[in-house]
Design a protein around this ligand. Structure first.
Ligand code: NAP
Length: 307
């Protein structure tokens, strides 16, 4: 299929790009400059240079695609939600535009939107896709975009919202930050660290996107996490033996962390137990089920990425 992808140079998007290419799709990737265009072209995508904030810079490239996968998010300008809305509108409009009889695309098109498990808020009891939303302030705008997507679904355009847990693998993201801090000798944990993080390995997450693209019946909300129900303290303890010097662990009170890092502090201290039954019903089985149980491997991935 011809798939339009945003965020291909990012953490989630790079994994999704590789997954889509491995599955044989023809991927057009929106990137912001020549250097990034060369990078995604080397992986096998067709780059288009543009900016999510400027709809005209990618409207034409988004036309005549069979599927749309949105993993980009703009953190640079402080206008992230507004820019996200522009991207959603452009992709939905392109997906819904009538195709000519001669276009040989699939029977129905799709738009996959990347949200986050953080829209669920505190969920100490297992939360499935139908759980009520109670977003932390960082993602308080997301439910509106999720609802817009879901409402826009039709017989010919499948709309899909993916809510990944905290992504791990390839040395990136919040788990990558923990690995780096541990290697540097001091890990700061926000709150008491007894909170659970919902987690998902980057390649497993990418596999879910590939399944959602391929499955003609897939539509609606999908959680994506490994269901390992790990506590932050257990993750940190599991990493410690694999770094040269056992790291100090400092528990930072939430208020102090908020003053330093804003709303991210609430995300880091969130207690979330999440289930992904709809993804599993598609046959999705995460290959990794734990960060703590794969600490040595993940540290190896972090070291490889650093070099
Ligand atoms: N990482 C996680 O653990 C996690 C978990 C749950 C949900 N999510 C969600 O997944 C999405 C992606 O997260 P991520 O961790 O992959 O972020 P990331 O690594 O920061 O990647 C963001 C991507 O968006 C692109 N981008 C940003 N602003 C853009 C703009 N104005 N025009 C075009 N492209 C733009 C970036 O391009 P450049 O390379 O040019 O900067 C990059 O490719 C976000 O919505 C995030 O909330 C992430």
């Amino acid at each position: 299929m011809r798939i339009f992808l945003t965020g291909a140079t990012g953490y989630v998007g790079a994994a999704v790009l590789d997954g889509l290419l491995r599955a044989g799709h023809d991927v057009t990737a929106l990137v912001r400059d020549n250097e990034k265009a060369a990078r995604v072209a080397a992986r096998g995508a067709r780059p288009v240079i543009g900016n999510l904030a400027d709809a005209e810079s990618y409207r034409a490239a988004a036309d005549a695609q069979d599927g749309y996968v949105h993993t980009a998010y703009d953190t640079s300008s402080g206008r992230g939600p507004a820019i996200d809305r522009i991207a959603v509108d452009v992709m939905l409009a392109a997906a819904k535009r009538p195709r000519t009889a001669s276009s040989n695309g699939p029977a129905n098109r799709f738009v996959i939107y990347t949200s986050a498990a953080w829209v669920l808020g505190r969920t100490p009891e297992p939360a499935c896709e139908d759980a009520p939303l109670n977003p932390i302030s960082l993602v308080s705008w997301r439910p509106e975009h999720e609802a817009l997507l879901i409402k826009a679904g039709t017989d010919t355009v499948r709309t899909i919202v993916v809510r990944p847990g905290v992504v791990y693998g390839s040395g990136d993201g919040l788990v990558g930050d923990l690995l780096k801090s541990a290697a540097n000798g001091l890990v700061r944990v926000v709150g008491d660290g007894n909170n659970h993080w919902p987690l998902v390995y980057d390649r497993d997450l990418a596999d879910l996107y590939v399944r959602l693209a391929a499955n003609d019946g897939a539509a609606g909300v999908y959680h994506a996490n490994d269901e390992g129900d790990e506590r932050v303290n257990d993750i940190v303890a599991a990493i410690a033996p694999y770094v040269p010097v056992r790291p100090d662990v400092r528990h930072v009170p939430l208020d102090e962390a908020r003053a330093k890092m804003g709303g991210v502090a609430d995300a880091l201290s969130l207690d979330q137990v999440v289930r992904s039954p709809r993804a599993r019903a598609l046959g999705w089985t995460p290959s990794l089920r734990s960060v703590a149980g794969n600490a040595a491997r993940l540290l190896g991935e972090w070291r490889a990425a650093r070099n």
